[in-house]
Design a protein around this ligand. Sequence first.
Ligand code: PRX
Length: 675
Amino acid sequence: MSSRVEVYPPSESCRTGSYIPSMEAYREMHRESLADPEKFWRDVYKQFHWEQPYTTFHSYNFDRSKGPISIKWLEGGTTNICYNLLDRNIKLGHGDRIAYYWEGNDPDDYSRLTYRKMLEEVCRFANVLKSKGVTKGDRVGIYMPMILEAVIAMLACARIGAVHSIVFAGFSSDSLGDRMFDCKCKVLLTVDYAYRGEKLLKLKSITDQAIKRSSDLGHQIESCIVVRHLPRLSASMNCTNGEAAHLQEVEKEVPWDEDRDCWWHSEMEDAETSCYPVWVSAEDPLFMLYTSGSTGKPKGVLHTTGGYLMYAATTFKYVFDYKPGDVYWCTADIGWITGHTYVVYGPLANAATSVIFEGTPFHPGNDRFWAVVDKYKVNQFYTAPTAIRALMKFGEEPVKKHCLRSLKVLGSVGEPINKEAWLWYYDLVGGKRCSIVDTFWQTETGGHVLTPLPGCTPMKPGSATFPFFGVEPVLLDEEGHVIEGPGEGYLVFKRPWPGMMRTLFGNHERFEEVYFSRFEGYYATGDGARRDEDGYLWVTGRVDDMLNVSGHLMSTAEVESVLAEHPGVAEAAVVSRPHKVKGQCLYCFITPQTSQAFDATFISQLKTRVREKIGPFASPDVIHHAPALPKTRSGKIMRRILRKIAVNDKNIGDTSTLADESVVASLFKSRPADS
Ligand code: PRX
């Protein structure tokens, strides 16, 4: 495999008719976007409706020594993003166009929604929210599977200027409760139950526990609106009579608080189908979304309206080379930023037709992704390397069973893509004719910041290549000196682009501290990167105590604090270890209390604890009994050494600061057998 050439030029079929047909065209547009941002973004701006035009195009400060960090785009302008996504597109004649093909967890469960119908549903739900007392600026929590109601709810919030705060429905009740407490959520939306693959998730029960947790912490959530999802699943699932009867029984058990809870369908019944949009300022908040922080406490990343709209729309159009009539599918959950920008806002801003998928790649068979691509004749497919690696294990047959000729662009997001996975994606899924867009970005960046462009950028497997328009990446060394030309360093950005976050909800100080204190004048991503001799950028991974398990970013501190809460744990230290499918996994060193037996029960209690407190995706792979941890003389845990122990690499480098060297030898000896 290594004998293959490293550079993959875009295929002829991808080049033909692509928006950006050559690297010269890209370079020229990129240069213009930096030289005169107002000129560049004005063309995008003009496509949308602004109730009031902007007065100041753009202003910012990235340097704390010059005052508070601030990022502003289109100040003075007012608009409504929901109006731009729905009403505007309908006015342009796209009312009967399909906005979403919904594909349920079960293949027999599917539906579709046009732009016109979507507007009607959004207006009705916006009126429901108003009837619950939600007004501009209020936070609305969403804890739902991938169903159309989730998108309707997001846009209904945007229509009335409320701020949605979505929590991925794989998070635990504690995680949901903490986030709803932090954002002072007024109304929380959920479903009775959902299936993920074969697994029945009791989302309403989890929500109830979360509401209680928020209330125990001191914030009362006023209303909970529940979509009745299970009965309609059973209706389409070809259940046997016995199974249907069982589901009916389950449904009767939905926990209920008469004063607080209501059913989505009952509220919608009498709601008006029109709702005048609330015009908001370009810099008014659109949504917040929690992401892990290296101190362990999640950060409520806040995105605003005008700049985000322009950026989501533009990145979607160019990065997926989306043309009217194409069918696009992003497999990400709306609980993550990818679901926000590239399932909802970006596609709808372009009047696109998308697939929205509730299930998993493995249900009912390991060919589900390819069956869905074939069923809807998907042209652009966007998924995560972890999914690709998991599917590679099943060989070529599940892919080859289906016709994938419709595919033109294949996207990758969330973590570095290894060469083997890239080649499998390119050769087998893309039939060597599709462009692969390895998109690097973050919850904080709002949209793609480093990415190839289809039909334009010659690809190198594993490289996110070059910056998107308006983005100016810089590599810095340890002292903050700029690395010109080839080299490796900290990946930072010199100026904001329109879709970048504006602050952390309720904590601007932490925002400045986390992102702008390490290097004055730059936004620090927390990632390292390398620039090769051709100028290609290769993201090398986190430079802080964060890790990326199957594309889910989490902090070692977050897991450590959950483990340390177990009464049998004296000390816990968590490091990441490479994993063939997940990318990285959690390797936990545990020093037990003297009275605690280190047996299978204890290990399983620790694993369950992390699953329950954070979520199943955070489940540790290895629990290592560590009677003592390697520490410096001042008592600091030497994680660098723990990372070496986790991969059984005896080459541990300088140990002169270690307080007790024998600890390291005994940890190497006691590595659990299955690790
Ligand atoms: O470490 C980078 C990695 O994922 C982090 C951002 O995670 P999150 O905010 O959850 O957003 C994920 C979806 C945008 C980054 O700091 N990451 C994301 N995309 C890539 C990546 N690492 C390498 N290559 C990528 N394409």
